[in-house]
Design a protein around this ligand. Structure first.
Ligand code: PEP
Length: 254
């Protein structure tokens, strides 16, 4: 059984300023050790600033979205070669806010994941059901439908028992609402995701692939959630904007 290192990822969403970012990073940096991986997903204009603040530390930084195209007439988009110039190692794809407000399909999300892998940047593929879908008993069906295009396009990059993809399970009803899935509810879905990875890519890949939980994680509930077998850390929104909260969540992941 491969030990999976916990990962705590902060999604700043469309928040921050030069002054606030510096205060935030300097506040949680002392908590970061080799025991836990930490990545912050920052708005694109701040990548250079965050690179300057985090370079040489154990903190990695990433973007909240990316184009699957390398360059060209795609107004408003940011490409992987651009992210590479700023030392980006990870990128979020398919966050529910992108799927909802920007109508991103699971095929488009999988195209982005593939382009990221081909640029040696790790995609964190976000999946999750709405409350209506949960109440209709469709959680696993919805998540498999979101993940299957990713297996189809990116599965061939699973090699030697490793897959350069991280999955984030984020129930839409728990994002930014203050309502968290119970550790048991989250574990149940994480186990189903790992099962799907096993069906598609084999046991070894399933055991090495990290699956994060996201949705109203706070210092007060993080340890209980991260203690579950198939939960390998968290994707943190609101609480990633406070250095004391983010520090508390990093401590909970140790
Ligand atoms: C998120 O944006 O991915 C998220 C999980 O947000 P929050 O922690 O605020 O629910």
């Amino acid at each position: 059984m491969i030990a999976r290192k916990k990962l705590v990822a902060g999604n700043w969403k469309m928040n921050g300023s030069l002054v606030a970012n510096e205060t935030l990073i300097k506040g949680f940096l002392p908590e970061v050790t080799d025991a836990v991986d930490v990545v912050v997903f920052v708005p694109a204009p701040y990548l250079a600033q965050v690179q300057g603040l985090c370079q040489g530390s154990a903190v990695k930084w990433g973007a909240q979205d990316v184009s699957s195209m390398p360059n060209g007439a795609y107004t408003g988009e940011v490409s992987l070669p651009m992210l590479e110039e700023f030392g980006v190692t990870h990128v979020l794809v398919g966050h529910s806010e992108r799927r909802t407000y920007h109508f991103e399909s699971s095929d488009a999300v999988a195209d982005k994941a593939l382009a990221a892998i081909e640029a040696s940047i790790v995609p964190i593929v976000c999946v999750g059901e709405t409350l209506q879908e949960r109440e209709a008993g469709r959680v696993v069906e919805v998540i498999n439908a979101q993940l299957d295009p990713v297996f189809d396009r990116c599965g061939r990059y699973a090699q030697n028992g490793k897959w350069p993809v991280i999955v984030a399970y984020e129930p839409v009803w728990a994002i930014g609402t203050g309502v968290t899935a119970s550790p048991e509810q989250a574990q149940e879905v994480h186990a189903a995701i790992r099962q799907r990875v096993q069906e598609k890519l084999g046991l070894e890949v399933a055991q090495s692939t990290r699956v994060l939980y996201g949705g109203s994680v706070k210092p007060s509930n993080a340890a209980e959630i991260f203690a579950k077998n198939d939960i390998d850390g968290g994707l943190i929104g609101g609480a990633a904007l406070s250095s004391s909260d983010f520090s508390g969540i990093i401590r909970a992941a140790r």
